[in-house]
Design a protein around this ligand. Structure first.
Ligand code: XUL
Length: 441
């Protein structure tokens, strides 16, 4: 039997999923990260230790091997990582980081850099790179690093996305950035599918020389010899790792246009494959490359599952109450009561002032009303900001929270669409494994 390994290195954990030729999951492991990001005084700054990601990925491989899975059946490796995180290297072998920590997608501290990019390029940035200047995107993050730490920036030979860093780690050679994750940088011109020279030069005249190549769907690398220690066969194909959202698009069977996916995770993201290249006039949504060819739209909402969990804990109720009972005790629409649990600075729409936003007297309401207000508030906010993508008859809900009947009903109502819980646990890792399978043939 030939199998295909997908590795997902997301915000909270490293996961491994192995599928067979028919796409069935035959093994799965995960290792939680000790902390998704390093705690600091400024809520706009969110960095993580890149060594933590490597340790997690290696630990998950070890677990798979030690669990007795026949690692030699694996015919190709693929994977994905949380989008937008950047890794700064002096050298890959030996591994020397030129920046000790990596800004991750939760970082919103690059307002000044975004304004500078806006002033220089205006609308062109959105029209050519698929997004206006966005705080968490790699371009503004790199610009901040170049300005604040010019010496460390000068020492940096290579700037990877976490995804291309992992491809390089598995391949043992400097690998390229795929068009899916690469589009989350404000640096990739989606009309040419190559780096936008003017934008790169504006950020730093030496930036282009520090960026890896852009790789198109179909490229592959070879697994480095040292992975024999996990029982893997050196030399098997390694598909370029992509972003978790592009990988989920593949893993949810939505790589062809027609069905949209709402992925409920640390962040809630709404995405769909797109045949033509169109951008969000309001500037919140993004266009990324689709790892299977063409494009995909994406809108990201920062306050997702962690915010829901915090409300649940705040009220002292259990998941059964949060997912079901609250919805039996209240009516759809909640008499107009809405709440938005923006405990982290929200990005869609942009709101730096954190806290629970309500349009009713929270203290006077029942727990059931509060829960419905939060869930309906989140779902309407998502539907409103995804409207530019078009109308969908069918929406696939994925991620742990898709098990919630209350969330499914609220999503169906907000979108006026049929909603199906798409029962692919770890859709991003599965997508990575599917990209591995495609690289093996
Ligand atoms: C997408 C985004 C998040 C991360 C989460 O633009 O920032 O969905 O990819 O891992």
């Amino acid at each position: 039997m030939q199998t295909y390994l997908g590795i997902d290195c997301s915000t909270q954990s490293a996961k491994a999923v192995v599928i067979d030729a028919a796409g069935r999951t035959v093994a799965r492991e995960s290792v939680p990260f000790p902390q998704p990001y390093i705690d600091g005084p400024d809520p706009l700054v969110r960095h993580a230790d890149p060594r933590m990601w490597l340790a997690g990925v290696e630990a998950v491989l070890g677990k798979l091997r030690d669990g007795g899975f026949d690692m030699s059946s694996i015919a190709a490796v693929g994977g994905d990582a949380q989008q937008h995180a950047t890794v700064y290297l002096e050298s890959l072998d030996p591994l020397v980081f030129s920046r000790d920590t990596s800004p991750i997608w939760m970082d919103s501290s690059t307002g000044a850099e975004c304004r500078a990019l806006d002033a220089e390029f205006g609308e062109r940035l959105r029209l050519d790179t698929g997004s206006p200047a966005i705080e968490r995107f790699a371009g503004p993050q790199i610009m901040k690093f170049a300005r604040m730490e010019p010496d460390a920036f000068a020492r940096t030979a290579r700037i990877h996305l976490l995804s291309s860093f992992l491809t390089s780690w598995f391949a043992g050679e400097d690998a390229g950035i795929d068009v899916g994750d690469g589009a989350g940088m404000n640096l990739l011109n989606l009309k040419t599918l190559d780096w936008d020279r003017a934008v790169c030069d504006f950020i730093s005249p030496s930036l282009l020389s520090k960026l890896p190549k852009v790789v198109r769907p179909g490229t592959s690398y070879r697994l480095a010899a040292r992975f024999a220690e996990y029982g893997l066969r050196p030399g098997i194909p390694v598909a370029p790792f992509t972003g978790d959202n592009p990988a989920s698009l593949v893993g949810c069977g939505a790589a062809e246009p027609g069905v949209a996916v709402l992925s409920l995770g640390t962040s809630d993201t709404f995405f769909a494959a797109m045949a033509d290249f169109r951008t969000d006039p309001a500037g919140y949504g993004h266009v990324f490359g689709n790892p299977c060819g063409g494009f995909m739209s994406l809108v990201c909402f920062k306050n997702g599952s962690l915010a829901r969990e915090r409300v649940k804990d705040m009220l002292g109720v259990d998941w059964k109450f949060f997912d079901e009972t609250a919805f039996d005790l209240t009516e759809p629409g909640n008499g107009g009561k809405r709440a938005l649990p923006w405990f982290e600075p929200e990005i869609t729409p942009r709101c730096d002032e954190t806290g629970l936003k309500t349009n009713f007297d929270w203290d006077a309401a029942s727990d059931a009303e509060r829960v419905r207000a939060v869930v309906e508030g989140q779902m309407s906010n998502i539907a409103e900001h995804a409207a530019w993508i078009g109308k969908f008859d069918r929406i696939r809900l994925t991620g742990g929270a898709s098990r919630s009947r209350g969330i499914r009903e609220a999503a169906a109502r907000a979108f006026g669409a049929e909603v199906e819980a798409f029962d692919v646990a770890d859709s991003a890792a599965v997508g990575g494994a599917m990209l591995a399978r495609a690289a093996a043939v």
